[in-house]
Design a protein around this ligand. Structure first.
Ligand SMILES: Nc1ccn([C@@H]2O[C@H](COP(=O)(O)OP(=O)(O)OP(=O)(O)O)[C@@H](O)[C@H]2O)c(=O)n1
Ligand SMILES: C[C@](O)(CO)[C@H](O)COP(=O)(O)O
Length: 234
């Protein structure tokens, strides 16, 4: 008898938010009155598909205990110097908890606009795809290459997508892909590590509300999306 697939969330939340330039790491900044990371965790807690959520923070993180709910979330204090190392360390800690065929949905703490509907859309579109997949958005603007503040060329946008998260892979594949990565700073998302193995993760159209909060001006945009509880895209 085949077992039903199990889905786990892994949220890297060990960044410092240098581009946000705030006094504390951006994942703890308030958005609509609540810490950004709490919105992110709640998206997974509200999904019936997700068996459990793990959040990776820095070993000396002083904020997480006040933010994570007491049920449904396990805190892993094993964050690394880059996003990739934080994910890799989290996967290593989970080696005896997850099976090789379990699915891991890696999602940035800094994307608080995720919804249970988007999680379901991703999981159902990926199905049993051997290379896993990710939410992403097709580029709609004209793309320029910038050199010294001037347009040095126009890059055809056909076929270009912006990667979002969650990015979901079976535990064994993602672990193998990240173990094979030698330069942690060269890999800015999980899918690139899988692509480097010669595989092609599936792209599933996400939504602008799932933006990554990176710069100060992103806070207001995220607040606007979070004020809309039932988006129109499903
Ligand atoms: N060493 C790191 C760096 C990043 N992240 C996480 O990876 C996600 C995406 O990274 P990004 O938006 O770049 O966050 P920061 O690294 O915090 O931001 P910045 O690059 O501006 O410093 C975030 O949830 C961040 O907390 C992490 O877990 N460990
Ligand atoms: C994974 C990611 O969200 C995909 O867009 C993104 O690459 C992570 O942020 P970073 O600034 O590149 O670390």
């Amino acid at each position: 008898m085949t077992q039903a697939p199990r889905y786990f969330a892994l949220i890297p939340a060990a960044g410092v938010g240098a581009r946000m330039g705030a006094a504390s790491p951006k994942q703890y900044m308030k958005i609509g009155g609540r810490p950004m990371l709490r919105h992110t965790l709640d998206a997974f807690l509200s999904s019936d598909l997700v068996a459990h959520t793990f959040v990776v923070v820095s070993p000396d993180d002083p904020y997480i205990d006040a933010v994570a709910p007491s049920h449904g979330v396990t805190i892993l204090r094993c964050g690394g110097d880059s996003r990739m190392e934080s994910v890799r360390n989290g996967l290593a800690v989970l080696a005896s908890t997850l099976g090789p065929d379990d699915w891991v949905l890696v999602h940035d703490a800094a994307r608080p606009g995720l919804t249970a509907d988007l999680i379901e859309k991703l999981v159902s579109a990926i199905g049993d795809h051997p290379a896993g997949g990710l939410l992403a958005l097709p580029i709609v603007d004209t793309v320029k290459r910038c050199i010294d503040g001037e347009a040095a060329g126009t890059v055809p946008r056909k076929g270009l997508w912006l990667a979002q998260t969650p990015q979901m892979f079976r535990y064994r594949l993602l672990s193998q892909a990240l173990a094979a990565t030698t330069d942690p700073n060269a890999i800015t998302d999980d899918a690139s590590a899988v692509e480097a193995l010669g595989l092609s993760p599936k792209l599933v159209e996400g939504h602008p509300r799932n933006l990554k909060v990176t710069l100060p001006e992103d806070i207001r945009i995220a607040e606007m999306y979070l004020a809309v509880s039932q988006p129109e895209f499903v």
